[in-house]
Ligand binder design. Structure first.
Ligand SMILES: NC(=O)c1ccc[n+]([C@@H]2O[C@H](COP(=O)([O-])OP(=O)(O)OC[C@H]3O[C@@H](n4cnc5c(N)ncnc54)[C@H](O)[C@@H]3O)[C@@H](O)[C@H]2O)c1
Length: 355
């Protein structure tokens, strides 16, 4: 195992879980988390990280100078971002672009300086929304279902693969991550940097401070737990939109494998998600949350679809599975149950943020 790993955004949901799991599997490895604590809840993850003997550096990926506080590292996992798909839609795009794009460039320069392996947490949002809107679907009682008559490049009954179109509009968030991906590929070629890109859809699990525009699995469990209202927004307000869900533990298994096999995998780009078997619609999510929490809540129904929303996203994991043998194992109910146990066991701590 490598001797040092830097995780930018390391106090966030993905970063903190990866840090804790890496430290517990490799106690001899120095794990450094670098975060500006912008996300509400990241300050709560920090105490957990410090207890686990992880080094915290308060810093901002937008500021080059802050990287001077870090020292040498062998691997960088870039998980610092403004991760909301609605960020920037209020016309304030500065934070989004400066963090998600310029911040990644600062991380890349730091990686070059250290000759470090660079793992980027990218998103399914790099794919074209226009192309997604062309996807044929049928409708059953609880969800939209992918049609097998599609004939769209990069789409099959298994979902969306790496060959799906990235041309055209993809949301401000998606575009900021896509710009970073392009520069990662350029840095790999220009400077011989060893890089890996994982395009993930919905990632979920404990220690995610979910909110209306990001972290929907936690939001759904929390609203059921405290018996608050929710809304089905868009696509007729029926809650039939579908996403696949990747448990953070499964993402850890992939990243762990990648760190340990960096030289043979360097330069790769993967879609990595729950896949069709771990997919769920909003209304199915409600049923699962009712089963887990024992509570039923009221729903508003908003017919109009929000900007940059998509009807259906399911990851085709064929490439990553063929090349790494990685297959996600936790199903949606297990993921929701883990979230429920976390909220129940930490109710007083998490309530000020999740309620
Ligand atoms: N959670 C998901 O479903 C999901 C899906 C696909 C991709 N991703 C990607 O995974 C990564 C992690 O997402 P997450 O869900 O953990 O989000 P998060 O908001 O929980 O974590 C991001 C962390 O980055 C920190 N941060 C924000 N701006 C910063 C800055 N300028 N400098 C330093 N730190 C900064 C925040 O304080 C936070 O702790 C992101 O790159 C995101 O785009 C997440």
């Amino acid at each position: 195992m490598v001797s040092s790993i830097l995780i930018t955004g390391g106090c966030g949901f993905v970063g903190s879980n990866l840090a804790i799991k890496l430290k517990s599997k490799y106690p001899g490895t120095k794990i450094i988390v670098f975060d500006n604590l912008m996300r509400r809840g990241s300050e709560l993850n920090l105490s957990r990280l410090i207890e686990a003997d992880i080094i915290f550096i308060h810093g901002d990926v937008r500021n080059k100078e802050d990287f001077g506080k870090i020292g040498e590292v062998e691997i960088i996992i870039d998980a610092a971002a403004e991760p909301s798909v609605l960020s920037g839609v209020d016309r304030n795009t500065d934070y989004l672009i400066h963090t998600n794009f310029n911040g990644t460039i600062n991380c890349l320069n730091f990686a070059v300086k250290n000759n470090a392996g660079f793992i980027f947490l990218s998103t399914s949002r790099v794919y074209s929304i226009e192309e997604m809107e062309r996807i044929l679907f049928s409708e059953d009682k609880t969800r939209f279902v992918l049609s097998d008559r599609n004939g769209i490049i990069g789409l099959s009954g298994k979902g969306i693969s790496e060959n799906f179109s990235t041309n055209g509009y993809k949301s401000l968030y998606g575009a900021s991550k896509f710009c970073s991906e392009n520069f990662i590929e350029e840095y790999a070629r220009a400077f011989g940097l060893r890089t890996l890109i994982n395009r993930c859809g919905v990632i979920a699990g404990p220690y995610q401070y979910g909110k209306i525009d990001q972290g929907i699995m936690v939001l759904w469990v929390a609203r059921h737990f405290w018996k608050q209202k929710l809304a089905y927004i868009g696509y007729g307000g029926q809650g039939k939109q579908v996403r696949d869900v990747l448990h953070i533990d499964d993402l850890f298994l992939l990243v762990d494998f990648q760190i340990n096999n960096f030289n043979s995998l360097a330069g790769k780009l993967y879609n990595a998600g729950g896949g069709i078997e771990k997919s769920v619609s909003l209304s199915e999510l409600t049923t699962l949350c009712e089963e887990i929490t024992g509570n039923r809540i009221l729903f508003d129904r908003i017919i109009e679809t929000r900007q940059a929303d998509i009807r259906l996203y399911i990851t085709d994991n064929s490439k990553v599975t063929a090349e790494t043998n990685w297959v996600p194992s936790k199903n949606v109910k297990e993921t929701l149950n883990d979230i429920y146990i976390w909220i129940k066991g930490n109710e007083n701590k998490v309530k000020p943020i999740l309620y």
